[in-house]
Design a protein around this ligand. Structure first.
Ligand SMILES: [Zn+2]
Ligand SMILES: [Zn+2]
Ligand SMILES: [Zn+2]
Length: 247
């Protein structure tokens, strides 16, 4: 696991300098998170007494006298923490925390869904989810990982591991050449360009017509010849700017 949170505790002085300057001294617990957020927690409440979120740079240094110093900077703000005689000083592995959704078939680790991905708590494995995907209770016949449900013209159930069962192949099997280019009549091919799943004209680069496949299912034909999608925000033509589309 690559990410660690540094934790130390003891008699701390936290000095914040920005638009205002504040100094807090007390027995506190200090966290330095992987995103370079620094939090100084005293005895009271859930809120840190001093903090700097997502600093541009953080340094942690130990001095000869045994104290720990942290300097965090973000733009014109600086948080300095000095901790004398620390009673705790360690770095611990951390992951994103989210809803537990199953068990990794190989590592036995708990799979959690957080931050648009499914992560295995027992390894570095991380499976980014397609936008709008729902994770299902059922697992992949090939690898045992959970399946996700994705709408791209139709409902596809594919493995969350894109190396195992690529969504692109499933969509291509179903929709490659299914519609014709409204500009030149060539078939529209399922392609991935700059990370997006599209249907693009077969005559590319002579014809550059291409449409992003919306998250939704095909329910009708538009007057322009392209399909109509039912999406979370309503019906629309594959061509989002189509003038012949009528609701
Ligand atoms: Zn699989
Ligand atoms: Zn074309
Ligand atoms: Zn249309």
């Amino acid at each position: 696991m690559a990410d660690t949170t540094h934790v130390f505790a003891g008699d701390c002085t936290a000095t914040f300098e920005g638009r205002d300057r504040s100094v807090h001294r007390g027995r506190a617990v200090v966290l330095v998170k992987p995103d370079r957020t620094v939090l100084v927690h005293d005895a009271d409440g859930y809120q840190p007494v001093s903090w700097l979120t997502r600093a541009d740079a953080v340094t942690v240094e130990r001095d000869d006298d045994g104290s720990v110093g942290v300097v965090a900077r973000a733009g014109d703000r600086t948080l300095r923490v000095r901790c004398r005689d620390p009673v705790a000083d360690g770095a611990y592995p951390v992951t994103a925390a989210g809803e537990p959704i199953g068990v990794h078939p190989e590592t036995g680790g708990t799979l959690v869904r957080a931050g648009g991905a499914v992560s295995d708590l027992a390894s570095d494995a991380r499976y980014p989810l397609v936008a709008g995907a729902t994770v299902l209770d059922r697992t992949c016949d090939d690898c045992g990982l959970p399946l996700m449900c994705v709408e791209r013209g139709a409902v596809f159930e594919v493995c969350i591991d894109r190396d195992c069962e690529p969504l692109d192949d499933a969509v291509r099997d179903r929709f490659d050449g299914a519609w014709d280019c409204p500009d030149c009549g060539s078939p529209l091919r399922v392609i991935r360009r700059r990370g997006r799943l599209l249907v693009g004209c077969d005559a590319y680069p002579d014809c550059e017509t291409a449409f992003t496949l919306p998250s939704g299912v095909v329910v009708d034909d538009c007057g322009c010849g392209l399909p109509v999608f039912e999406t979370a925000t309503g019906r629309r033509c594959l061509d989002g700017t189509c003038e012949r589309f009528e609701t």
